[in-house]
Design a protein around this ligand. Structure first.
Ligand code: DGY
Length: 363
């Protein structure tokens, strides 16, 4: 498509030039060039990308077809700038750090046709408000499933085998000699693992867990899923999952129903030696309640890829706890996955601007 548009423009310019030549009119380079400029400006739709550091493959797909502008700094675009930049754009390529709400949409104007978020989660978008204006939303499921599932397992092992704590012991000069009970953790083998959010990522985690000889994999949710049987996971109520699991892994989306679903009452129902892992969104957890549960040893440990707020300030009390492992929202952060997420976002935007079915549309 890209080649076509560029080609078309050149053909039009060339046609005009040939036509003029035919009538022995002289066309100087400048006039031909200015014709090229105005013709391209007229036809190109405008896309705003909220960061300059998105992988090139996806960005170039957009640049070949559209008039693309990007926020200039490698940090989330400030709100005032985003509100300003979205005006008159046909498409917005955004991140999970950009809040898409009524105010922003009011400013965008009537041209805005599609919002493509380079994320699978879209809790930063007021979906109802966007839909009410007939604007389409693209997101990036599937391409990041394996990366997030792998990171979840990494976090699970880092927490249960106390990897960060052990590393810190070395730095603090506390590694004296091998000792029989020093730095002991817990094993996944023979354990019960509960997964809250048995979608693509939750199932990816469950499949990987089968390699660790766990005893049972439980999942909760409104419905039993056909993949559960195939993976060997059992559908149970949320309460049963919470009280029976040795490891609880959260991979669900943040919605009004899941917001702060892990609160004091829920932590109190867990086994005392439970390890709690969250790779979904910080908002699913009542974070002060988690902190209390870790401090009081209501639960054994937690591993978090997501927090409230993000970034978590380095002085945050959760970071002082030995039994809490935190990584900076890097679930999908592999070079391949981020590249694919960017390409899929670009494909979503291109499809929507062409009035075609999007590869991954929030419906
Ligand atoms: C997403 O895409 O929503 C993930 O949280 C990114 O890691």
């Amino acid at each position: 498509m890209t080649i076509l548009v560029t080609h078309c423009r050149q053909v039009n310019v060339a046609k005009v030039c040939r036509f003029r030549q035919h009538f022995r009119q002289s066309v100087d380079f400048m006039s031909c060039n200015s014709l090229k400029l105005s013709s391209s400006n007229m036809s190109k739709r405008k896309v705003f990308v909220t960061r300059p550091d998105v992988p090139a493959a996806g960005l170039n797909m957009l640049k070949e077809r559209f008039d693309v502008s990007t926020w200039s700094e490698e940090r989330p675009v400030p709100r005032e700038e985003l509100v300003k930049q979205v005006q008159g754009k046909d498409a917005l390529f955004c991140m999970l750090t950009d809040k898409i709400d009524k105010e922003l949409l009011d400013n965008a104007g009537k041209h805005l046709k599609v919002i493509g978020t380079m994320s699978v989660g879209y809790d930063h978008i007021d979906v109802a408000e966007v839909r009410s204006r007939g604007i389409r939303i693209g997101y990036t499921p599937d391409v990041l499933t394996d990366a997030v599932a792998e990171l979840t397992i990494a976090l699970l092992l880092a927490t249960s085998r106390r990897l960060f704590e052990g590393h810190q012991q070395i730095l603090d000069g506390k590694w004296s000699a091998w000792a029989p009970t020093w730095m002991c953790g817990v094993e996944l083998k023979h354990s019960t693992v509960g997964i809250v959010g048995f979608g693509r990522i939750g199932q990816g985690v469950a499949r990987r867990l089968n390699g660790f000889s766990v005893n049972r994999i439980l999942y909760s949710g409104r419905y039993e899923k056909p993949e559960g049987k195939e993976i060997g996971a059992t559908h149970v109520s949320f309460d049963d999952l919470v009280s029976e699991s040795d490891f609880i892994i959260v991979t669900c989306a943040l919605t009004p129903e899941t917001k702060e679903m892990f609160n004091d009452a829920v932590f109190a129902k867990m086994k005392q030696n439970v390890i709690f892992i969250n790779t979904s969104r910080g908002g699913v957890v009542d974070q002060p309640a988690l902190q209390r549960a870790l401090e009081n040893r209501t639960i054994l440990a937690a591993g978090l890829d997501v927090t409230t707020p993000e970034p978590l300030p380095p002085t945050h009390p959760l970071l002082q706890l030995k039994n809490c492992v935190i990584v900076p929202h890097i679930g999908s952060a592999t070079t391949w996955t981020r590249g694919e997420m960017c390409i899929l976002t670009a494909r979503n935007i291109i499809a929507a601007l062409d009035d075609k079915p999007m590869p991954a549309e929030v419906l």
